[in-house]
Design a protein around this ligand. Sequence first.
Ligand SMILES: Cc1cc2nc3c(=O)[nH]c(=O)nc-3n(C[C@H](O)[C@H](O)[C@H](O)COP(=O)(O)O)c2cc1C
Length: 398
Amino acid sequence: MTRDERRVSSSQVVNIADVRRVAQRRLPPVAFDYVDGGADGEVTMRANARAFQEVTFRPRNAVAPDGCGLRTTVLGSELAMPLLLAPCGFSRLIHPQGEIAAARAAGKAGVGFVLSTISAYRLEEVAAASSGPRWYQLYLVGGRAAAEPALERAWRAGFTVLAITVDTATFGMRERDVRNGAAVLVGNNLPAKIRFLPQLLAHPGWLAGFLRDGGMLELPNVIVPGRGPMPLAEAPSALTRSVVTWEDLRWLRKAWPGPLIVKGILTGDDARRAVDEGAAGVIVSNHGGRQLDGVAASLRALPEVVAAVNGKAEVLMDGGVQRGGDIAKALCLGARAVLAGRAYMYGLGAAGEAGVARVLAILRADLERAVTLLGCSSVGELNRSYVDIPAGWPSQSS
Ligand SMILES: Cc1cc2nc3c(=O)[nH]c(=O)nc-3n(C[C@H](O)[C@H](O)[C@H](O)COP(=O)(O)O)c2cc1C
């Protein structure tokens, strides 16, 4: 067993909160808070988790389920369980193997991997590391001229679905990142980085990896015409000028040969608009509470979106998924699959690929147990009758 595997396989690491604690010990605060934090007062981030607690199960007991099937198909991608790793930018800051490690673990577990535009690895390298379904997530940093060649490369490299994130009209106010000076850490001003010395020295495992890894300085999938790869330090400000609009969606329908899925939908109206503009799927998401604080928990918005889409597109959700039971609840409320962001990023920070693999094993065992205890023999049997939602939640119409 490797040192990484040992770190996440002790009897003290049984759920995602335990993995989070290991990551917190291993990462300097500036890196840990980048993953762990949300926008403003983090009200929506906490609401995402609380919403799962507020939905309760209605099991069918005294039945003996015949096995437990977790397989499903999402927009043509066959998944061993209804889970994808959500696109997470700057992953290489958390572990030098970043997206490579996460994509490899996802492939081995048979779950999907969604590569963020904000990746410091070439998308071809990530594709080569992944043996499973892979999707590409688009931000228009660098504009359409930078996006078009990247989309061609992504399609050629076997990314089959394009996820378009639409909830970033500007960058969310991540207060922890501002206080910690996260932008300075990824910037080019070396003297300014002196402030990090104490916390970096206190985390030698992470520091050794960070220093050995010279590659985290640019975005090799955002090639700005006439300039080359966008420097990583420019990404946050470029993001504030790069909102994807409905007009862009029309262009993307031509630029991308495969299915499009719109990420960041919270209302029935936007869901219908996305479907009318040609999206084959929508992801109910508030960006993990990292953008507009004060919006509803994703799980709470899910039934309205499912009703509005009315079977014309596939509906996924993310935000707050930390247990297999959470996945089951989202499926009961109409999601075809869920995405997890922080859960796997904690694994990455705790132990690289081994940490992500451990997170996926925990979620898989959890989900299998939840489905069986509900009295079902496959995830396909889950439906609205297996949960109660709190009074006051919109349940069907929008
Ligand atoms: C560290 C981090 C980086 C993220 N980067 C991106 C990104 O580059 N593109 C994107 O569409 N969403 C990004 N997200 C949002 C996730 O894709 C996802 O919506 C969110 O993490 C789900 O909530 P959860 O973390 O509670 O699972 C990021 C989230 C985190 C935690």
